[in-house]
Ligand binder design. Structure first.
Ligand code: CA
Length: 210
């Protein structure tokens, strides 16, 4: 799942939490694995909470392998990640969050952990958070203003964004961004690669004839 723009979502359900994107798996030992799921280069922004918290991602850790959630840009949503875990059987250590930007307003959760998931079930690194998450920061992360050009209308990174050139290079590398522009050798966090503007002036050399 990639290249989606999910915005202005205002679901109103009595029971929560609500996920914009959900990865669910079975909770019993003989349930099938949820595996080889790739969710990347999506932009998710501007939801309005009615009754229940709306999270960008809801992910269940049971029976998961190679669930990869990377290079997504999240802005102005009432929740970042909702993680939960029930009764996995030990093969369930494969949800990876890498190279995402979670720009969540103050007063709303960046990460909610329903069941205090087992160490190793969820793997986070190289994510950018608007502040320090409540749980599971991961090994390498950044906190602060991601430096968008003009949120929410333009979630590209500005020239001074601290999210530029910080991404973990994946295997195989992700070669394109949300706009299908080429990512460079030092990929940026989030859905967009910052493109160095082309020179705006042309240089004319003197023509010499002999
Ligand atoms: Ca770059």
């Amino acid at each position: 799942m990639y290249g989606n723009e999910l915005r202005n979502i205002t679901p109103n359900y009595e029971e929560g939490p609500i996920y914009i994107i959900g990865v669910e798996a079975g909770g019993d030992t003989d349930d099938i694995l949820t595996q080889n799921v790739h969710i990347f280069n999506n932009i998710i922004y501007n939801t309005v909470r009615v009754t229940q918290t709306i999270y960008a991602f809801g992910v269940r850790g049971d029976h998961t392998q190679a669930v990869m959630i990377y290079h997504n840009t999240i802005h102005n949503i009432n929740g970042g990640l909702y993680l939960h875990y029930d009764t996995g059987d030990g093969s369930d250590n494969g949800v990876h969050f890498r190279n995402n930007i979670f720009d969540i307003p103050a007063g709303f959760p960046l990460i909610t952990d329903e069941d205090w998931v087992l160490t190793g079930t969820f793997n986070l690194s190289h994510n950018f958070f608007s502040r320090t998450p409540e749980v599971y920061t991961g090994t390498i992360y950044w906190v602060g203003d991601p430096g968008f050009v003009s949120a929410p209308t333009n979630l590209h990174l500005s020239a001074v964004s601290p999210a530029r050139d910080q991404a973990l290079v994946l295997t195989p590398p992700l070669t394109r961004d949300f706009d299908l522009a080429a990512r460079d050798a030092l990929p940026d966090l989030g859905a967009y690669e910052y493109l160095i503007p082309a020179p705006s002036k042309k240089i004319y050399l003197p023509l010499i004839v002999r």
